[in-house]
Design a binder for this molecule. Structure first.
Ligand code: HEC
Length: 149
């Protein structure tokens, strides 16, 4: 008599397929939210439009991620702070941007943004974001990291 039904592998295969599908979906949200909420200005490739004062997302954000003031700044730029995304989605899209566009400049031991960190930092709404950026640039310069726009 054949016992085909009781063979466990098809179920295992199905389960792992489902798990894989969820994983792929989860990692795609950062990219999708980037394309929907950020790419209109920063362009799909993250190059921005320097003549129109939209900065590139390649390189510099990774450097910002190395100091606390810079991490705060990344959550406080208007396009991020005032986006319709919730804190968890902002964390995900920032991590996606950093890991995909600024991976080369990320600090060793880079810790990804969490929902709680974004919640805490994003609640601060600096009146003049450029002054915050200047302060971050000064902190980085003091550590020997010079950034030119
Ligand atoms: C309406 C256009 C617009 C949208 C949408 C937008 N940004 Fe921006 N972004 C800008 C401009 C302009 C600047 C530079 C001025 C400033 O700091 O506000 C900037 C600055 C930044 C910076 C700082 C870069 C630097 O070198 O100072 C980061 C990081 C950033 N944006 C990420 C994002 C992310 C992530 C999203 C989507 C959630 C997003 N932006 C949506 C226009 C936009």
């Amino acid at each position: 008599m054949k016992a085909q039904h009781s063979h466990p592998y098809p179920w295992l295969a199905l389960l792992s397929l489902l798990a894989w599908g969820q994983l792929a979906l989860a990692t795609d949200f950062g990219r999708q939210n980037y394309l929907l909420n950020c790419a209109g200005c920063h362009l799909p490739d993250g190059n921005g439009s320097p003549p129109n004062d939209v900065p590139t997302l390649h390189g510099i954000p990774g450097l910002f991620a190395s100091v606390p003031e810079g991490r705060a700044f990344l959550t406080q730029v208007p396009g991020v702070a005032y986006s319709a995304l919730n804190d968890a989605d902002v964390a995900e899209v920032l991590n996606w941007v950093l890991l995909n566009f600024s991976r080369d400049t990320l600090p060793a031991g880079f810790e990804q943004f969490t929902r709680d960190e974004v919640h805490r930092l994003r609640a601060v709404r600096p009146a003049e974001i450029f002054k915050v950026r200047d302060a971050v640039l000064a902190t980085l310069a003091a550590k020997g990291i010079a950034i030119k726009y």
